[in-house]
Design a protein around this ligand. Structure first.
Ligand SMILES: [Zn+2]
Length: 413
């Protein structure tokens, strides 16, 4: 027997996890990866899921797998899951509701009821706050972790991930064993908060994710000439900031033109030198982040950005160096899973929209090896990674019910 979560017991469990947070005066939830609070929260989940009757195991990295065996346990399983670590002073919902929804979905079935097994994964260290790397567990599971890089980055106490793993009683020497076999899952669906305002604006309760955007990032160094703002006539200037402003405006317009594809372009950081009211800006460095799920659309924005750089060089007579920091491929969700989730929403009369995920998730790495999908629920005011992060618990349960049906169908397919 497996004890099914009810809406009330799911809410109780959510509140129990929320209680594991650094106990100081700071607002919000602070449960950094592998901290004392994070360990205790994972321990609670192990106990709870064993108590419910699921088969629970933990790998060498501390990832938790809770399985409901199917009639044919040798077949690849159908997976779901998310993370329960948080950023400093984050919210209670990011990650956690994906674990709760997954557990709710799985627990509605009986052992051997479905052909395939169902499995919930709780991924460790999804947030990059502690070690500087995101989705560490799912990268390890997908064989995409760069251990040499990981060894060089330490947390605020000077320990790298391997030292922290060993201190927590896991086995950093055996991380290779955490790699999931090729046919481990036949499908994987993660539920997550949207972390944006698309659903709220469109009055939808569910987002069916069709792809996870990957960023193209550039550092742009503009070198002009710093001169007196009063004594230098307009025709004699080499203003690095005016050149930068033109490029930034062009990126904004180019991304706006591609909005039907969901492509977005942002300059979120700008360093101006000498940054004084009476000096023409001599040097500017800014950072460009262009992302979307349609690579051709992303590439069109990148091309317009590059053309804008050439134009600004000539117009302001400045030198501009562009370095590419990242150029990743978007991760597409599996059509079969996307369409299945859309159909289930239609059948249930749930207002939904199909959308891309602008943020990264563990499912990006699960999708490298397995057919994958994601469900979003609305985030109030689009806020996340902040104490004000909030989602309706009714939406968590609604997503869990959609997930339950999808997992049940996939498990019997
Ligand atoms: Zn998350």
């Amino acid at each position: 027997m497996v004890q099914a979560l009810t809406k009330q017991s799911a809410l109780n469990l959510f509140e129990q996890i929320t209680a594991f947070s650094v106990n100081d005066a700071t607002p919000g939830i602070t449960r950094l990866a592998y901290s004392k609070e994070d360990e205790l929260a994972h321990q609670l989940m192990i106990e709870k899921m064993k108590e419910m009757g699921l088969q629970v195991r933990q790998d060498m990295m501390g990832n938790i797998f809770a399985r409901l065996p199917g009639k044919n346990p040798e077949l690849p399983a159908i997976g779901t899951g998310s993370h329960i670590d948080s950023v400093p002073q984050g919210g209670a919902y990011d990650g956690v509701i994906g674990v709760i929804a997954g557990l709710y979905a799985i627990s509605q079935f009986k052992p051997q009821q479905l052909k395939r097994s169902l499995e919930l994964v709780i991924f460790r260290a999804e947030e990059s706050s502690r070690f500087g790397f995101a989705c560490m567990a799912s990268k390890v599971m997908a064989g995409q972790a760069d251990f040499d890089k990981w060894a060089k980055n330490t947390d605020s106490e000077g320990n790298n991930i391997f030292q922290v793993l060993d201190n927590c009683g896991y086995q950093s020497q055996k991380l290779d064993e955490c790699r999931l076999p090729t046919h481990y899952f036949d499908g994987f669906i993660e539920t997550h908060i949207e972390q944006g305002k698309v659903l709220e604006h469109q009055h939808k309760r569910i987002g069916v994710v069709n792809g996870i955007a990957a960023p193209c990032r550039y550092r742009v160094e503009v070198h002009g000439h710093a001169d007196h703002s009063g004594a230098t006539p307009m025709c004699q200037r080499h203003d690095a900031l005016v050149a930068s402003a033109a490029i930034i405006t062009d990126i904004n317009a180019a991304a706006g033109y591609e909005s039907a594809y969901g492509t977005v372009g942002t300059v979120g950081r700008l360093d101006v030198s000498p940054n004084a009211i009476n000096v023409i800006p001599g040097d500017v460095t800014f950072y460009v982040d262009i992302r979307g799920v349609d690579k051709a659309s992303v590439n069109r924005v990148v091309a317009k950005f590059q053309a804008s750089v050439e134009h600004a060089k000539a117009a302001q007579d400045v030198v501009i160096n562009v370095s590419e920091l990242a150029n990743d491929m978007p991760v597409l969700m599996k059509d079969d899973i996307v369409h299945r989730l859309e159909r289930i929403c239609q059948e249930k009369g749930v207002p939904f929209t199909t959308m891309m995920s602008g943020a990264g998730h563990d499912t990006m790495y699960m999708a490298q090896d397995f057919p994958a999908g994601m469900l979003f629920i609305p985030s109030r005011d689009g806020v996340s990674h902040h104490p004000d992060e909030y989602s309706e618990f009714d939406d968590v349960i609604l997503a869990a019910e959609i997930l339950q049906q999808a997992m049940g169908e996939l498990a019997d397919a």
